[in-house]
Design a protein around this ligand. Structure first.
Ligand code: ATP
Length: 265
């Protein structure tokens, strides 16, 4: 299907986080962290609990404010923009806890993702109902294509809350794709999935990257998934960058092993 994100500028990271600091009162959650993600990459963000991974996602999507530092999407500074603008610029995310509307159908849930960027206003719907209807039909058509791509076509009319957990997770990805993202942020997508489902989920993310041309940043504790899926891994520990590299490099890094085992060498 043809929901391909516009090509990134030549060179330079698509997403660049520079020296970001976040304080919550007395808690120094992020201490000058940096992260560069290239176009089309699947980048893993790992680290022990409390390392600051979700806080960084929250800063990128503007759910948390940075205390210092810069975040750029394709070179454009975004760390002061409102959350809705961030979505429109091309950053979509999923959450650790599923953020679905259980009583709404799968199609309706996914269409919500598209409405974030469609810019439809109540006054327009009132004054120009024909135009508004046409836009709604276009959105529905596109969302049905996404559902077909993600093997969700058969459950389009089913209430989201009645689906198995793994299918709901797939639906969350579909909804994120509906906002035509350049960068897709996935926060612990494998949480709660069975071993077999994790493998399928990995294939899905890989397929989505190729089909939709998105760049993916993935927070994940499931090391099997991270090591098999990611092109590159960034490790956080205690709110700081600890290590980065290809999966095999990170796996062999003693500082990373020690951080996970809670040792200091
Ligand atoms: P996990 O893998 O367990 O999800 P994480 O690496 O995502 O952990 P964060 O959730 O980003 O870690 O938390 C980093 C630190 O910031 C923790 O000490 C956490 O308690 C703290 N923190 C996060 N959000 C807030 C908040 N809104 N108010 C106060 N402290 C917070």
């Amino acid at each position: 299907m043809a929901v391909v994100a516009p090509a990134p500028e030549e060179g330079g990271p698509v997403l660049a986080v520079e020296k970001v600091d976040v304080r919550f009162g007395g808690i120094h959650a992020l201490r000058g962290v940096s992260l560069n993600v290239s176009a089309g990459e699947i980048c893993g963000l790992i680290g022990p609990n409390g390392a600051g991974k979700t806080t960084l996602f929250n800063c990128i999507t503007r759910l948390s404010a940075v205390t210092a530092g810069t975040i750029r999407l394709r070179g454009q500074t975004i760390e002061t923009l409102p959350p809705r603008q961030i979505i429109r610029m091309g950053i979509a995310r999923t959450f650790q806890n599923l953020g679905i509307y259980a009583g709404m159908t799968v199609l309706e849930n996914v269409m919500l993702g598209a409405h974030h960027i469609s810019g439809g206003r109540f006054i327009d719907a009132l004054m120009r109902p024909g135009r508004s209807r046409q836009r709604e039909q276009e959105i529905e058509h596109r969302c049905r294509e996404i559902l077909a791509d993600l093997d969700l076509k058969d459950v389009a009319g089913v209430p989201a809350g009645s689906l198995p957990y793994a299918t709901q997770k797939r639906m969350e990805i579909a909804r994120a794709l509906a906002s035509r993202p350049i960068v897709l942020l996935l926060d612990e997508p494998a949480g709660g999935l069975t071993h077999g489902e994790v493998g399928e989920f990995g294939h899905l993310v890989s397929r989505v990257r190729t089909t939709y041309g998105v760049t993916v940043v993935l927070i994940e504790h499931h090391m099997g998934l991270v090591m098999s899926l990611c092109d590159r891994i960034e490790v956080f520990h205690l709110g700081q960058n600890l290590a980065r590299g290809r999966p095999e490099e990170v796996r062999a890094n003693w500082a990373v092993i020690d951080a996970y085992l809670g040792r200091s060498r």
